[in-house]
Design a protein around this ligand. Structure first.
Ligand code: ZN
Length: 168
């Protein structure tokens, strides 16, 4: 077991290091994911043949700095979990052996500005429980389709709004 604290406690470096050593699989659940170095580490793992899959909170469809598009363009299966008020997990499961979790979101502000904690748990039995939970959420998630504008089209137009209300 390994523990890191932020700000500036090496959480991002620790995660990037673990991802770099993964050999087989990386499962990710993230609430907010904007960290460029972590996204890059996932892409390079994917490129060397590690099976990578990501489930994100629905906020990441509109979050301006979300890494979702980067992951999508890297060819990493990326899904959105809409089933919850917020999908607040911050979890990575590596090779079915290691779990990375804690309050630490995969973001720049978690690294640089916030008080956060991160645990790296090397225990296949714990990893198995987290994998089962990841599967449960992945099963009711939907493929990420690319970024949505936060003010989606029609809502601002009075004409369309009238039309919509007259229909009721
Ligand atoms: Zn879920």
């Amino acid at each position: 077991m390994e523990v890191h604290f932020s700000p500036h406690g090496g959480c991002t470096d620790a995660i990037v290091g673990e991802l770099g050593r993964s050999e087989r699989s990386i499962l990710v659940q993230a609430y907010s994911f904007t960290s460029a170095p972590i996204a890059e580490a996932l892409r390079s793992a994917h490129q060397r043949g590690v099976e990578v899959a990501v489930v994100l909170d629905k906020s990441q469809e509109t979050e301006k700095y979300s890494s979702a598009d980067f992951l999508l363009h890297a060819g990493i299966p990326t899904q959105i979990d809409r089933r919850h008020a917020i999908a607040h997990n911050k979890v990575m499961i590596l090779d079915g052996r290691t779990v990375i979790t804690g309050s630490f979101n995969f973001t720049k502000s978690a690294e640089e500005s916030n008080a956060e904690n991160l645990l790296i748990i090397r225990d296949p039995a714990i990893a198995d429980l987290y994998t089962q939970n990841w599967m449960l959420h992945a099963a009711h998630s939907e493929p990420y389709q690319g970024k949505k504008s936060s003010d989606s089209g029609d809502r601002g137009s009075p004409g369309k709004k009238n039309k919509a209300s007259s229909r009721r």
